[in-house]
Ligand binder design. Structure first.
Ligand code: EPS
Length: 390
């Protein structure tokens, strides 16, 4: 069983991620982990913090001589900004004059709900943990999940569908999404260069007005065999698990599988993906003319590409702040402002890739089992044979 947790505050000493349940014998590609972390840091519209951080995954346990050993994997990501915060976020009792209060909660942020819940007089400790900085830790262990999936022939990538009101029209093919991946300069991770320029102009416009932007990313999982997840129990449905995984990312307010949203307003004949048959295919001979189901029917992968979209609300820290209330005086004031990003849709897409990869890796290990890669691969190949001879 694949289990994972993260720990760490945004301006604390480090982030830590813990991944348990990986089979032994998986080759760990350190440059790949660091490249994934780099990808999450990119995108037009990020704030000053990304100039400070250069994330790398420091593996503390569970990997020896370049391979997993079946033991829990702990990964540490240093916060370079910590040196600027050591006195205002001390672990031990500190000097109250040095603490940096967040005196008025930002609408849309966890500030108020978190302060009420944990009985804090202001929101500093709320934002420290609610911050999307935490998603870096998920990307580190998500990269390990991607390495496992790669052994099983599966790949997970993302692209940006919209930024504010600027949208890509039509579906991006796997080849188009794949071609974004090796880029050394990431703007908005959109497959259409003209739309990408319009997205950039939109970020510039909003930046000038002190506002922020949301948008939509799409994660695509390629070459996923039919049979991951099940309708047999509500919490084992693949779509339910993916929805929870993607919704758990900071600022995601809606998740869509395939054409889920437009499907609700369309007749069945325009939605459901008709079935055909040919002698050979990637997993079986069954074919589909389109993929409105997003690769999942009845909570089970059906052999088509899995497509999951995440809808991000605009960043809740505004340079031109909205109305709020002072925690101490209860007087009306403007919401607090701290250095922030203006648009993070490409970065959120990379974090969502990690969550999708962890979810698919978990489902794959439940189906194929195995304490070593030799065993997992033998079971996996046996299943592929079974599908071929169906
Ligand atoms: C974040 C605020 C910004 C972002 C941060 C998320 O950080 P800071 O307050 O230090 O400027 O840069 O994201 C990251 C640090 C990251 O690695 O993605 C927030 O409040 O959520």
């Amino acid at each position: 069983m694949l289990r994972y947790f993260t720990a760490g505050e945004s301006h604390g000493e480090a982030l830590v991620a813990y991944l348990s349940g990986m089979p032994a014998g998986l080759q760990v590609d350190q440059p790949f982990l660091d490249r994934e972390l780099w990808r999450r840091q990119q995108g037009y519209g990020r704030g000053g913090r990304m100039k400070i951080e250069r994330d790398t995954a420091h593996i503390l346990s569970g990997v020896r001589d370049g391979k997993t050993i079946g033991s829990p994997i702990a990964v540490l990501l240093e916060n370079k900004d910590w040196k600027n915060w050591a006195e205002s976020l001390p672990v031990e009792k500190g000097d109250p004059a040095k603490l940096k209060r967040v005196g008025s909660p930002r609408p849309g942020h966890a500030d108020l709900a978190g302060a009420l819940k944990y009985n804090f007089p202001e929101a500093r400790y709320v934002l420290e943990r609610a911050s999307a900085r935490e998603s870096a830790a998920r990307v580190a262990i998500g990269a390990l999940a991607k390495l496992l999936l790669r052994e099983l022939g599966m790949e997970v990538l993302s692209h940006v569908v919209s930024v504010g009101e600027i949208s890509l029209q039509g579906e991006a093919s796997w080849e188009q999404i794949h071609s974004l991946h090796p880029r050394e300069e990431v703007l908005l991770n959109c497959v259409d260069p003209e739309i990408e320029q319009q997205m950039k102009a939109e970020v510039d416009r909003v930046l000038k007005t002190g506002d922020s932007l949301g948008g939509v990313f799409e994660v695509v999982a390629h070459n996923v065999p039919p049979g991951l997840g099940t309708y047999a129990q509500w919490d084992e449905r693949l779509d339910a698990r993916l929805a929870a995984a993607v919704m758990s990312l900071q600022a995601v307010k809606a998740v869509e599988i395939g054409a889920g949203i437009s499907a609700a307003a369309s007749p069945g004949s325009a939605v459901h993906d008709e079935i055909g048959y040919q002698q050979t295919g990637p997993f079986t001979g069954f074919t589909r003319a389109r993929n409105n189901a997003g690769g999942i029917e009845g909570g089970v992968s059906n052999g088509e590409e899995i497509r999951v979209r995440g809808y991000l609300k605009p960043i809740s820290t505004l340079r031109r702040p909205l109305q709020s209330v002072d925690f101490a005086t209860r007087e009306p004031v403007k919401a607090a402002y701290e250095r922030s990003d203006v648009c993070v849709v490409p970065a959120a897409g990379v974090a969502a890739e990690a969550m999708v990869a962890l979810t698919l890796a978990g489902c794959a290990l439940e189906k194929f089992g195995g304490d070593s890669m030799v065993e997992t691969l033998r079971n996996f190949r046996g299943y592929l044979e079974q599908l071929k001879s169906y």
